[in-house]
Ligand binder design. Structure first.
Ligand code: HEC
Ligand code: HEC
Ligand code: HEC
Length: 117
């Protein structure tokens, strides 16, 4: 008798779960460095775009804390501005000084840093 092919079964199982719940079998990517194409390059050197590290957030949150309610699963697709963040949206759903540090002047460079190589 032929042995069941566990790898095929696993892949099939994973595909079924993916249809029910997209992202289920996916690992969160690591550090995401935002890009600000329209900004003055000189300014960007002293004040880089924000970083977002999945691994720091994954310690506390599951994917569905952010996807797709707050953010799409594609870097740069969700329009992010401090006007929206000031209204408690996007990052500031948590970065409001209560759940996590706020987006005030003490903390600019906790998010606006360049990825360490
Ligand atoms: C919780 C993380 C976080 C903190 C803290 C933060 N920012 Fe941002 N900021 C972002 C993200 C994310 C974006 C969108 C990606 C980008 O353009 O860097 C952004 C965008 C910006 C932009 C371009 C878009 C816009 O709304 O004007 C500027 C300028 C900016 N931040 C300045 C600041 C300054 C100044 C501070 C401190 C007072 C600050 N940021 C603090 C996350 C943060
Ligand atoms: C605390 C919030 C948060 C959590 C939790 C989170 N993500 Fe994300 N994820 C983001 C943000 C922010 C982006 C960038 C979205 C944008 O710029 O529009 C992103 C982007 C992504 C991207 C696209 C990366 C790229 O380079 O385009 C993938 C894939 C992704 N996340 C998968 C996951 C998975 C899988 C999990 C759970 C294991 C997860 N994320 C958990 C906030 C989160
Ligand atoms: C679901 C809640 C949640 C959302 C949404 C969220 N964060 Fe966070 N973030 C946290 C928590 C909690 C911490 C760790 C606690 C702390 O340091 O205050 C953290 C830590 C961080 C850190 C680590 C900074 C350091 O100095 O250790 C950065 C950078 C960061 N977040 C950026 C972002 C950016 C940028 C966004 C939006 C694109 C975002 N976060 C969205 C909850 C969130």
């Amino acid at each position: 008798m032929k042995k069941p092919n566990y790898i095929v079964m696993l892949l099939l199982g994973c595909s079924v779960l993916l249809i029910i719940k997209p992202g289920f079998c996916q690992q969160a990517p690591g550090d995401l460095q935002y890009d600000r194409k329209d900004a003055d390059p000189e300014k960007l050197e002293t004040f880089p775009p924000s970083i977002f590290q999945h691994w720091i957030h994954r310690v506390r949150y599951r994917c569905d804390a952010c996807h797709d309610t707050l953010f799409k699963m594609k870097l740069g697709v969700t329009p992010i501005s401090h006007d929206l963040m000031d209204k408690g949206k996007l990052c500031s759903a948590c970065h409001n000084g209560q759940i996590a540090f706020d987006a005030g002047f003490k903390n600019c460079n906790r998010c606006h840093v360049t990825e360490e190589k």
